[in-house]
Write a protein that binds this ligand. Sequence first.
Ligand code: UD1
Length: 429
Amino acid sequence: MDRIRISGGRRLNGSIPISGAKNATLPLMIASLLTEDTLVLDNVPRLADVNLLQRILGNHGVDVMVGGKRLGETAYEGQTLHISAARIVDLTAPYELVSRMRASFWVIAPLVARMGEARVSMPGGCAIGTRPVDLLIMALQRLGAKIEIDGGYVVASARDGLKGAEIDFPKVTVSGTHTALMAASLARGTTVIRNAAREPEIKDVADCLNKMGARINGAGTAEIVVEGVARLGGARHRVVPDRIETGTYAMAVAMTGGDVMLENARAELLQAALDVLAKAGLEYNETNRGLRVARNGGPLASVDVSTAPFPGFPTDLQAQFMALMSRADGTSRITETIFENRFMHVQELARLGARIHLEGETATVEGVERLKGAPVMATDLRASVSLVIAALAAEGETMVNRVYHLDRGFERLEDKLAACGAAIERIAG
Ligand code: UD1
């Protein structure tokens, strides 16, 4: 297993290209199941999760062609995928695949909407608390799908097609909203989705579905109206920039000091996080190239944060922010309201000298003057990148073990940071 070695203490200066969003790419790839025509996705990040989903879709009979390099292109540009689900040959998503990536459960929606049937393994345990699928199932049932649980599989059927309905989510769910949107696009009649997730990735997927011929209004707000259509066609779509990657590098710069241009990043995708970072001492301004972030001298101020669905502070930046606050002046309280148990980074940060006290869903972080390098273990995607951020400011050497979590969600993290002056290298193992 690969490891990453970091020697802390260097400022970051230069530019970092922000990749396409993982959390938009995955549902966009899944949406290809809705049509027999080809869906072309540009700006797709090179990530382990994208490769895995490619395999999962391949099992249903989907062909994915990865476009070659074009003249004038740099290695930093995302890839182009040509995805064709012309003939779906298998309606089952098996346990071995779904258990490795939760989002692959979402194939249930396009499969039942287009083919009238789907058999998808329940995702099973996950390192960050219980992440149920009851609301996804509720949405499909509202649209007229019959649901049975059989041997650990969710079997959804709608032989005569799905029917438009009113779907009221009792809590905001990204997965539920994606599922409802995809299924309702091919349902007969009108669907109204209330208390919908407003994440930019929902809007991105809805924009792509509309290019494919869907009639979706209101994506990005809490109420989405979908007029079902009989069939969807091909389209070409560019994946929205990754706001979590953007926020992560902004925090890395806040941590080390320096001045970095986050190419292609857009402030409106993470305004809540930028507001918090500005209070902590980060300067930022938006240009036509992207988002420039800088911190030049001065201590970090401590800020209290509570995670919330978009447009609030994202849970996917909570671990990174905790790493940042571990070096701030004073004490900050960080509350996680989306996922239980999303605090696995606390113990590892403590190994670097962070002082964090956990009580229920709130972590109290007492800023310390210095962190010290140590061997640490990455436990999930966001936790592992928080360790990298802490290590960039720690004295001496930190070895981050088990970095395959990082590769699931961050494209060439060590190259991007090294190009800005960080002493970071991957050790193949
Ligand atoms: C997505 C993101 C993930 C992010 C999360 C919250 C992707 C691939 N993943 O995950 O990175 O951290 O949104 O922004 O886009 N819930 C239920 N029942 C359900 C579904 C969800 O109770 O059927 C609960 C979850 O346990 C959680 C909350 O709703 O407490 C939010 O989950 P959800 O928004 O669905 O997250 P994901 O789509 O899994």
